[in-house]
Design a protein around this ligand. Structure first.
Ligand code: 4NP
Length: 154
């Protein structure tokens, strides 16, 4: 199984999701069974480490995002990944427009898939610290549900 998380910049929300899911997979002993990656629809932060506010908030909860680097999503991702999870509706429509006709990758909105209180992970980039905590809260909840799904699909 291969899972790709997608947001706009690939420096806040999707690297958080990548780091949280990797952590949970390691804890569950499934790290070598499921491949996880993240990407952005935009190209402004290609090659950059996650935003320092994202890294610090994640670090406080035990997730290390320091080695992750930004990249832009590409059409080849639709052949490589089984499940592509978008952080918000704008990311999702961008992915739908990129998706090759012959792709069998499943595309969904991360939070909506698990019927959490919100459908979208709000973009924290231009806001305060609380936004980064909310991103982690939502992503931790959705990742628990995703882990249950992945265990069932293995
Ligand atoms: P992300 O947050 O999509 O969660 O990585 C953003 C990062 C950068 C920008 C926007 C959102 N930006 O405009 O540079």
């Amino acid at each position: 199984m291969r899972v790709l998380f997608v947001c706009l910049g690939n420096i806040c929300r999707s690297p958080t999701a990548e780091g949280v899911l990797r952590h949970k997979l390691r804890e569950a002993g499934l790290a070598d069974r499921i491949e996880v990656d993240s990407a952005g629809t935009g190209d402004w932060h290609v090659g950059k480490a996650p935003d320092v506010r994202t890294r610090l908030a994640a670090q406080h909860r035990g997730y290390d995002l320091a080695t992750l680097r930004g990249r832009q999503v590409s059409t080849s991702d639709f052949a490589r990944f089984d499940l592509i999870l978008a952080m918000d509706n704008s990311n999702l429509s961008h992915l739908h427009s990129l998706r090759p006709d012959n792709s069998s990758a499943e595309l969904d909105l991360f939070l909506r898939r698990y019927q959490l209180a919100l459908d979208e992970v709000p973009d924290p980039y231009y806001g305060g610290e609380q936004g980064f905590e909310q991103v982690l809260d939502l992503i931790e909840q959705a990742s628990d549900a995703l882990l249950v799904e992945l265990k069932g699909r293995l």
